[in-house]
Design a protein around this ligand. Structure first.
Ligand SMILES: [Zn+2]
Length: 189
């Protein structure tokens, strides 16, 4: 894919993508992080283009989040999926702007401490999640177990009403009841 890309330094060689583990130190803690770069087969120069720089920055951000005790992008994705939210819904529920969750989850930016605290609270407690949904008036967007039960009850009572009508009909107008009988039978199928 990138093997046909010409080296921007010598203009002759083709560059290939390489990755190696490099030691990184942050706040006194060390870890091996993947470093992606391009290397020219002719002049031997190595450099990072925009996409490599982005990948490297993400790996570094994810590591720093871990050291700082912040939720990582992966953990935020898991939390969002736990409550079956889209990134847009998460942004409206928690705040941070329309593309906030795409950035948090890709480790492009670090969430604020307040956002991190709120996310942890909701991860820990379903009650906190539903209270927040209520607060933001987003109830209609989320399926809660209770309304589903209510729908089932309504359906049952609707069936009961029909049966009562069927019983009432023969008393007052037997001929009409017979005329409707095939329809009722078809409905029961
Ligand atoms: Zn070169």
């Amino acid at each position: 894919m990138n093997t046909q890309e010409l080296c921007s330094l010598c203009g002759e060689g083709h560059v290939t993508i390489h990755s190696e583990m490099v030691e990184n130190e942050y706040k006194g803690q060390k870890a091996m992080l993947p470093l992606v770069f391009k290397q020219c087969g002719t002049c031997g120069s190595d450099f990072a283009g925009a996409s490599e720089a982005k990948l490297n920055k993400r790996a570094l951000m994810a590591y720093r989040k871990q050291v700082d005790g912040m939720l990582t992008g992966e953990e935020i994705t898991a939390l969002r999926k736990q409550y079956k939210m889209t990134q847009g819904q998460a942004a409206r529920l928690f705040g941070g702007g329309p593309v906030a969750f795409s950035k948090y989850e890709n480790d492009d930016v670090v969430q604020s401490e307040a956002m991190d605290t709120l996310l942890r609270l909701v991860r820990r407690s379903k009650e906190a999640f539903w209270a927040l949904v209520e607060e933001k008036e987003m109830r209609a967007e989320f399926m809660e177990p209770k309304p589903v039960v209510q729908t089932a009850v309504r359906f049952t009572s609707l069936t009961l009403v029909r049966r009562v009508e069927a019983r009432v009909d023969p008393r007052y107008n037997p001929r009409e009841f017979r005329r409707y009988e095939p329809e009722d039978a078809a409905c029961n199928l």
